[in-house]
Ligand binder design. Structure first.
Ligand code: PEP
Ligand code: MG
Length: 579
C-alpha cells in the first residue's frame, strides 16, 4: 500500500478504481503530400473517420442521463448535424483534392481557418460555433489518428479521476454520476477545481504533485478528502478505517440536518445570516436542505464556460429565474461574470496573450471592456428580478472608478429594459466584492456607492499575500489568520458599518469552522459558503457568545504572525469545547 499526501479539498471518503485522465490535448498533426492516385484512398479514410465520429456521438447521445442532460443533448445534436453536413464534407474533399495533403492535415487546416474567422466575429453565436467546430474536428482527428480518447462526459463506469489538472469547464461537463472522487497533481484549497468538487459533493484531494506518476489506471484507491490522504492499493485495515469514517460522517450529517430550521444565533442572541454559494443553477434547488437563508454568491461565469453554451440573454434569463424561483423569495446575490484567471472563455481569451492571467483581463475588467456583453447579463438579471429578491455584485473591484462605470452601465441596462417594456424590480441592491487589497484599503470610499460588501477572501488572500491560489507549492502560505488578512477584514467590516451597510463574506474562509468565532468577533454580518458547510458553521455560532468572540478577535488583531494566531484560535476553540 502506498500513501500519498495532498491538500484536503472536498470532504468525504470514497474507495474505487483509478482512471488516469492524462492527455487533454492533441499530438502534433502529421502533414504529408499524397499522390493523385492516393486521393481516393485518403477520401475513404476521411469519410470513415467522419462516419465513426458520428456513430460514436449517436451511441453516446442515447445514454446521457446526468443533470445537464437536456443542454448536453442539444450540444451533441449540433455536433452531429455538423458531422453530417454535406457542405462541410464537400469542403474537406475539395480542399484535399486541391492541396493533395493527407486527411488529418486537411481537417485541421479547414477547422483552424473556420475557428479563426468565427472567433473574430462580433456575433456571439458565431464565436460560440468556433468551440463546436474545435470539438467536432478533434473528434474526427482522434478517429483518423486512431487515438482512443475518453471524454469525461462519456464515462460509463464509476471512477476516481486522477489527473494533472482539470479545467473548470471539464468538471462542469463531466459525467458527475460516474466521477466518485478526484485526485490531482495541481490545485489548492481555494482553486476553482476545489470549489466545484465541493459544490458537487465529490471527495477530492488536490495538489499531490506526483499523483499521475504514482497511480496507474485500474489501481484501487481510497480517497480521504477530509485528511488529504490517498491510499493506493490499500490493505484491509485502511479500507476498514475508511468505512468507519464514512459511517461517522453519515451520523454527523443526520445531526446537522436536524439543525436546518434553527436560527444562526449566538447564545447571547446575536443573529447572523448563513447563505449558500452556487456555481450552477441546479444547486439552488438543494441549498435550502442545508438551511441556506439565501444565495450569497452565484458564480454566474460558470454559465458561460461550458463548451457550446450560449451567452445569450435568454439562456441567462432562464438560469437566473430558475435560481430565484427555487429560493422562493429568499435573497439571491448574482455576481456578474468573473471570467479570466483560470476561468477562460475560449471565444474571447487566448491564454498565451497574458503572462499573468490572475493579474490580467479578469472579472469586472473583462465586463467593462465588453459593455454590450456586460449589459446583456445585466438585462437578463434585471428581467429575472421579478421572480424574487435579487442583488447584483461586482467582482474584483480595485477602485471607485470601476464601481462607478459598472453602476452606470447598470443604469443603461435598466433604460434598455424600460424601452422594451420589460419589467424589473425597482429595489435591487448593488454590492461590491472586496477581494483586492486596494478595495479593502479604500472600503470607506467604496461604501459610499455600495449597498453591501461581500469579502472574497480567496482572492483577497491570494493578492494580499502574493500566493497563486491554484499553486499547491505555496498553498501552505495561504493563511486566513495572517495578521495582514485580519487587518483587511477589520478595515472592510468597520467601513461597511460606519456607512450603515452590511458586510458579508463569500470566500472559502466563511465556511471554515476554525475561524467562525473570529469572524463573528470582527463583526461579520453574513457568511456564504458551499451549502453543505452551513450546518457545522451554524453549530459553532449557536455555541458561542459574542462577547468572547469579540475578545478573541481583538487579541488576534494584535497577533504578530499567523502561527501565533493559529495557536490562539486553537486554544480558544479547545477552551469552549468547539473542536
Ligand atoms: C473569492 O475570491 O473569495 C470569491 C468568492 O470569488 P472566486 O472564488 O470565484 O474568485
Ligand atoms: Mg474572487
Amino acid at each position: 500500500m502506498k500513501t500519498l499526501n495532498g491538500i484536503s479539498a472536498s470532504q468525504g471518503v470514497i474507495t474505487g478504481k483509478a482512471f488516469l485522465y492524462l492527455d487533454n490535448g492533441m499530438p502534433e498533426i502529421p502533414r504529408h503530400t499524397i499522390t493523385e492516385s492516393g486521393v481516393e484512398n485518403e477520401l475513404a479514410r476521411l469519410s470513415k473517420a467522419i462516419a465513426d465520429a458520428a456513430a460514436e456521438m449517436e451511441s453516446f447521445q442515447g445514454k446521457i442521463t446526468q443533470e445537464m442532460s437536456k443542454e448536453q443533448a442539444a450540444i451533441f445534436e449540433a455536433h452531429l448535424m455538423m458531422l453530417e453536413d454535406v457542405d462541410f464534407q464537400e469542403q474537406l474533399a475539395v480542399h484535399l483534392k486541391k492541396t493533395l495533403q493527407n486527411a488529418e492535415w486537411v481537417v485541421w487546416d479547414i477547422a483552424h481557418d473556420l475557428i479563426q474567422k468565427m472567433t473574430a466575429s462580433p456575433d456571439p453565436i458565431f464565436r460560440e460555433r468556433a468551440v463546436d467546430i474545435s470539438d467536432v474536428s478533434r473528434r474526427v482527428l482522434t478517429h483518423l489518428l486512431l487515438i482512443k480518447k475518453v471524454y469525461l462526459n462519456e464515462l460509463e463506469q464509476d471512477v476516481i479521476l486522477v489527473a494533472h489538472d482539470i479545467l473548470p469547464s471539464e468538471l462542469l461537463t463531466m459525467s458527475r454520476e460516474h466521477v466518485k472522487g478526484i485526485v490531482t497533481d495541481l490545485g489548492g484549497k481555494t482553486s476553482h477545481m476545489a470549489i466545484l468538487a465541493r459544490a458537487f459533493g465529490i471527495p477530492a484531494v488536490l495538489g499531490l504533485s506526483n499523483a499521475t506518476m504514482e497511480i496507474n489506471s485500474g489501481d484501487t484507491l481510497v480517497v480521504d478528502g477530509g485528511t488529504g490522504k490517498v491510499f493506493v492499493n490499500p490493505d484491509r485495515e485502511a479500507i476498514e478505517k475508511v468505512k468507519k469514517i464514512a459511517k461517522q460522517d453519515q451520523k454527523l450529517i443526520a445531526e446537522y440536518l436536524a439543525m436546518r430550521d434553527l436560527p444562526a444565533e449566538t447564545k447571547d442572541g446575536f443573529r447572523v445570516l448563513l447563505k449558500a454559494n452556487i456555481e450552477i443553477s441546479e444547486e439552488a434547488e438543494h441549498a435550502g436542505e442545508f438551511g441556506a437563508e439565501g444565495i450569497g454568491l452565484y458564480r454566474s461565469e460558470f454559465l458561460f464556460i461550458v463548451p457550446g453554451k450560449s451567452a445569450e440573454e435568454e439562456t441567462q434569463f432562464e438560469a437566473y429565474s430558475r435560481v430565484l424561483k427555487a429560493m422562493g423569495g429568499r435573497p439571491v446575490t448574482i455576481r456578474t461574470v468573473d471570467i479570466g484567471g483560470d476561468k477562460i472563455l475560449k471565444d474571447f481569451h487566448d491564454t498565451a496573450d497574458e503572462k499573468n492571467p490572475l493579474l490580467g483581463w479578469r472579472a469586472i475588467r473583462f465586463s467593462l471592456a465588453l459593455p454590450e456583453l456586460f449589459k446583456t447579463q445585466l438585462r437578463a438579471i434585471l428581467r429575472a428580478s421579478v421572480y424574487g429578491t435579487v442583488k447584483i455584485m461586482f467582482p474584483l473591484i480595485s477602485g471607485i472608478e470601476e464601481l462607478e462605470q459598472a453602476l452606470h452601465l447598470l443604469e443603461e441596462a435598466k433604460a434598455e429594459c424600460r424601452k422594451k417594456g420589460q419589467a424589473y424590480s425597482e429595489n435591487i441592491e448593488t454590492g461590491t466584492m472586496i477581494e483586492v487589497p486596494s478595495a479593502a484599503m479604500t472600503a470607506d470610499i467604496l461604501a459610499e456607492k455600495s449597498d453591501f460588501f461581500s469579502i472574497g477572501t480567496n482572492d483577497l488572500i491570494q493578492y494580499s499575500l502574493a500566493i497563486d491560489r491554484g499553486n499547491e507549492r505555496v498553498s501552505y502560505l495561504a493563511q486566513p489568520v495572517h495578521p495582514a488578512v485580519l487587518r483587511f477584514l477589520k478595515k472592510t467590516i468597520d467601513a461597511a458599518h460606519e456607512k450603515g451597510i452590511k458586510a458579508a463574506m463569500c470566500g472559502e474562509m466563511a465556511g471554515d469552522p476554525f475561524v467562525t468565532a473570529l469572524l463573528l468577533g470582527l463583526g461579520l454580518d453574513e457568511f456564504s459558503m458551499v451549502a453543505s458547510a452551513i450546518p457545522p458553521i451554524k453549530r459553532i455560532i449557536r455555541l458561542v457568545e459574542m462577547e468572547s468572540c469579540r475578545s478573541l478577535a481583538a487579541e488576534a488583531l494584535q497577533g504578530k504572525s499567523w502561527k501565533q494566531n493559529a495557536v490562539l484560535v486553537d486554544e480558544w476553540m479547545t477552551k469552549y469545547k468547539l473542536t
